[in-house]
Design a protein around this ligand. Structure first.
Ligand code: NI
Length: 182
């Protein structure tokens, strides 16, 4: 296992579409995923996409822990809002409700900043895991957001390009000013 170097905004690998993985069970994909998980944890991120470690393949890892879900949710509602550590290969997203929901996002490729991004809050996603098994889930809230953010990386997009109001692109050290106001 190794901690990999993370590409930062401006590196061409972040702006090109990534290629599908022909064999999710290949040893090099297992090794890549292990290194991505170690890199994500070291950097304290909620997700990481392979292009962020200079590998242009359609692989993402992410988690949506209970602590990130709205505390007002019932246990049943919480199910769609949370996800364990997940490896998703060749993912596809279907929007179930296009009504946008805003939230603050950060990205390990855009260090030190946060941006307010509106995205559909209710999606279904589908992909395969490391054993080739199909993973299909419905996601809401932070869970839906992190999956869309990571899958955007596979299409060469950073969250900044999803923003409609750049006055809400801020240093993370200043986010308390916005949370106090909202
Ligand atoms: Ni990111």
């Amino acid at each position: 296992m190794a901690i990999l170097k993370i590409a930062r905004m401006g590196h061409p690998v972040l702006s090109q579409p990534a290629k599908p993985v022909p064999d999710p069970r290949a040893l090099e994909i297992h090794n890549l995923v292990n290194d991505m998980i170690e890199t994500m944890r070291d950097a304290n991120g909620a997700g990481l996409a392979a292009p962020q470690v200079h590998v242009p393949l359609r692989v993402v890892v992410f988690q949506a822990p209970t602590g990130r879900a709205d505390p007002g949710l019932s246990e049943e509602e919480r199910f769609d809002h949370t996800a364990p550590l997940t490896v998703l290969i060749n993912p596809e997203i279907q929007v179930l409700d296009p009504a946008p929901e805003g939230g603050w996002e950060g990205c390990l490729s855009v260090p030190g900043l946060r941006g307010w991004v509106e995205r559909p809050a209710h999606i279904r996603y589908r992909g395969v895991g490391l054993e080739g098994e199909v993973i299909e889930r419905v996601a809401r809230g932070f869970h839906a957001r992190v999956v869309q953010h990571e899958c955007d990386h596979l299409d060469g997009r950073l969250y900044v390009s999803r923003m409609t109001d750049l006055s809400r692109l801020i240093f993370e050290s200043e986010i308390a000013h916005f949370q106090a106001a909202s």
